[in-house]
Design a protein around this ligand. Structure first.
Ligand code: ATP
Length: 725
């Protein structure tokens, strides 16, 4: 099959073949750099991208892309679609890299660098750095060629028998395969995005928020300007009693223009709200995943839950007109200008200045009260989460009359604070805008008592008072949401700070090691010299001057008294914690060289029961999450086999949905022994070089223990078992 694409350069576009607009696999690094640069995500063409290790499979490629994308300040996210959806996906996934398997038997695999494109023509960068325009269907055919080749021949005879032109035959084959294979998963596409730890401003540029913001401010200002000119026109006509039709038409035109700009402002406000909300959500959720377990533990998980819920407040406020509040500032300035131009300008402008200070002070007080209120709310959430987690223990062991002791005290403090916030709100909402009308009219009294003012000056002053009233009404209507947003943003600061931390990158050595072969029998896997660890800087050492040697193929048992530091050592060896001193090497590399992610892939630890978790999801997800998700059919077959070998066959028979059964907190309640074997299965399926089991067999009866242990011996290349004597 020959694939064609129109070249976009030159005066007379000509058809060129796949080789011209796709990159050889060996040049994937160059394709990545060029795509990052041309799509505006990198500021320069980064040099020195390491070569991709061979042989290539999807896993190696994903790992390598993870490694190679970090110097370009981008991330490559694997995208999965179905055979029937390929064309749609190609139209929305850019910028992206696509792995195109060999089109013909014996051909070579290629890579396509897809730029942001229109719907009907996709733009791709060729190895000659020129941009080609490709029909979505041509790229679809290239990407799906391997699948089409496998399933297409069966259709060939059928299509030959029908009298159709060659073009129609291709279309018919595409349509039939689309129906037959529509749900088949398709992989080999990686979407390029700005790295999530990049500055918020850079990320907002990517979503075109600054431009939208400017359009919003400009259209709002224009609407205000045209309204003011309209007022001036009507005022002038009224004072001079000259209501000629031309003036009325002019006024109508001004009002219409103001309406158009107002509609544009409302439209861009909606887009801004959605854009800001999604940007913040993405950023802060990334921040929450960047937190170290110790940071969460230090503050309590409920505190963080409370903070994460605040994300919704910030984005809702954006939608609820927080921007309108900011813009009422513009109206206040315009009102100040009018008041100083009108009759008795000095007095009215000063009165308005003093009133604005009062407004500012009351809003400041509102902010402070809200901050205390939010802290109380977070404490209550934390308390509630603690109570829910420990509910069963309290049920069994605490006297029921004490269950709600602290809860009642917290609740009554919270209600008192809510009442304080509400009282201030009433004052702000009722007094500020209307109070100003009274103050403004009192400010006019000296003007009226003095020499008669000019009618124009009086009209301008009245217009200024009304405009200020309108601006204050808008300000106090939106102020509560703005105050909430400021308070919520302050609470989200730890997540925002965590989001600035760069992700742990896979290093060149890490990538090579991950793609390379297993260690030779007897080769040193772990080497630790003088290893020490303490939980706090001034705390006591839990481990001190510790020497460990683990070789490939070893089966080791680590015994020791309670609190002796066995689990801590397991956490250090598996890269979950970092040592306070000494040297720790995995196959000759330290953690910095290898990268934390690669280290944790290669040394898997099954933590003690209370430190491990069954996620709410299918059993298949729970055992395969350490390998990859979504899985392919081989993964599923292997996962079921591992579960059966660990003695979970009975459980699988009893579960109505087998491997697809929902487990976890709200699903099938697994017994202690079943859970511990699921943890073992999860670790075995990760395929790590070294496996550490921390008291994983404690809950098993002797027969099951023997079966599980024998299987673990058989499957793990190197094993360290922690157990009590
Ligand atoms: N976050 C922490 N801060 C301070 N000390 C801690 C912390 N976590 C654990 N420790 C202490 O470190 C010591 C070693 O704990 P570790 O869990 O490694 O022991 P272990 O040998 O696995 O014990 P066991 O056999 O009872 O599971 C214990 O004294 C424990 O109290």
């Amino acid at each position: 099959m020959k694939l064609k694409a129109k070249a976009s350069h030159g005066l007379f576009p000509s058809s060129v073949e796949l080789e011209a607009w796709s990159w050889p696999l060996s040049e994937i690094g160059e394709a990545l750099v060029e795509l990052a640069y041309r799509s505006g995500l990198s500021t320069e063409r980064v040099a020195g991208i390491p070569p991709m290790p061979q042989p290539v499979d999807e896993e190696t490629m994903t790992q390598w892309l993870h490694l190679a994308s970090s110097p370009c300040e981008v991330e490559m996210e694997p995208v999965e679609t179905t055979y029937g959806e390929v064309e749609n996906m190609l139209q929305s996934v850019a910028p992206a890299l696509l792995y195109v398997p060999e089109i013909e038997e014996g051909g070579e695999a290629r890579v396509v660098a897809l730029l942001r494109s229109g719907r009907w023509r996709l733009r791709v960068i060729g190895p000659d750095r020129l941009i080609y325009r490709v029909a979505p269907v041509a790229l679809r055919d290239a990407w799906c060629a391997a699948v089409d080749r496998e399933y297409g021949p069966a259709l060939a005879d059928l299509l030959q028998a029908v009298d159709l032109s060659e073009r129609r035959q291709v279309q018919a084959r595409r349509a039939i395969l689309g129906v037959q294979l529509g749900g088949m998963p398709m992989r080999g596409c990686w979407m390029m995005r700005r790295a999530p730890h990049a500055a918020l401003l850079q990320q907002s540029q990517e979503t075109r928020l600054p431009g939208l913001g400017l359009v919003f401010i400009a259209s709002h200002s224009a609407a205000l300007l045209f309204t003011l000119i309209g007022w001036r026109l009507m005022g002038h006509a009224a004072i001079h009693e000259r209501f000629v039709p031309g003036w009325l038409w002019g006024w109508a035109l001004l009002v219409l223009t103001a309406m158009v700009f107002q509609a544009l402002a409302a439209l861009t406000q909606g887009w801004l709200a959605i854009g800001v909300g999604s940007l913040l959500k993405r950023r802060l959720l990334f921040g929450s995943l960047q937190l170290q377990p110790e940071e969460i533990r230090h503050q309590g998980i409920g505190q963080f839950l409370g903070r994460i819920l605040e994300i919704e407040t910030v984005s809702q406020v954006a939608a609820a007109g927080g921007f309108g509040v900011l813009l009422s500032g513009l109206q206040l300035l315009a009102a100040l200008g009018l008041l100083s131009l009108g009759a008795g300008g000095g007095i009215l402008a000063s009165a308005f200045g003093i009133w604005s200070v009062v407004v500012g002070l009351l809003l400041w007080r509102d902010l402070k009260l809200h901050e205390i209120w939010a802290q109380m709310y977070r404490d209550m959430t934390n308390d509630l989460v603690e109570r829910m987690v420990g509910h069963r223990t309290r049920l069994a062991q605490e006297a029921s009359e004490h269950w709600h002791d602290d809860e009642d005290a917290l609740l009554s403090q919270y209600l008192d604070q809510t009442a304080r916030v509400d009282r201030l709100q009433v004052l702000i909402q009722a007094v500020l805008p209307h109070g100003w009308l009274v103050v403004g009219l009192i400010g006019l009294i000296p003007v009226m008592l003095g020499p008669p003012p000019s009618l124009v000056g009086l009209a301008i002053s009245l217009g200024g008072i009304m405009l200020a009233n309108q601006a204050l009404t808008q300000l106090v209507a939106g102020a509560p949401s703005l105050v909430m947003a400021v308070v919520a943003w302050k609470q989200l600061q730890p997540l925002h700070e965590a989001a600035k931390r760069p992700m742990e990158a896979t290093t060149v050595e890490g990538g090579q090691l991950a793609a390379g072969l297993r260690a030779e029998p007897g080769e040193a896997i772990i080497r630790a010299r003088g290893l020490s660890f303490r939980y706090r800087e001034q705390g006591r050492y839990v481990l001190q001057d510790c020497h460990v040697d683990i070789r490939s193929g070893d089966r080791l048992l680590l015994e020791g008294g309670s609190g002796g530091g066995k689990s801590t050592l397991a956490a250090l060896l598996s890269g979950l914690r970092q040592s306070s001193g000494g040297i720790l090497l995995f196959r000759g590399y330290d953690r910095m060289t290898l990268g934390g992610a690669t280290w944790r892939r290669q040394v898997v630890s099954v933590p003690q029961f209370h430190e491990n978790h069954v996620f709410t999801g299918t059993l298949a997800f729970n055992v395969l999450m350490g390998r990859r998700w979504p899985p392919d059919i081989e993964d599923m077959i292997e996962a079921e086999a591992v579960c059966r070998q660990l003695g979970l066959g009975d459980l699988l028979e009893r579960m109505p949905a087998g491997m697809q059964q929902m487990v976890g907190e709200s699903g099938w309640r697994l017994s202690h022994g079943e859970r511990s074997r699921i943890f073992i299965a999860r670790a075995l399926l990760q395929g790590a070089e070294l496996m550490i089991l921390d008291e994983s067999f404690a809950a098993l009866d002797p027969a099951t223990l023997e079966q599980a242990l024998n299987y673990v011996f058989e499957r793990s290349p190197t094993l360290l078992v922690i157990a009590h004597p």
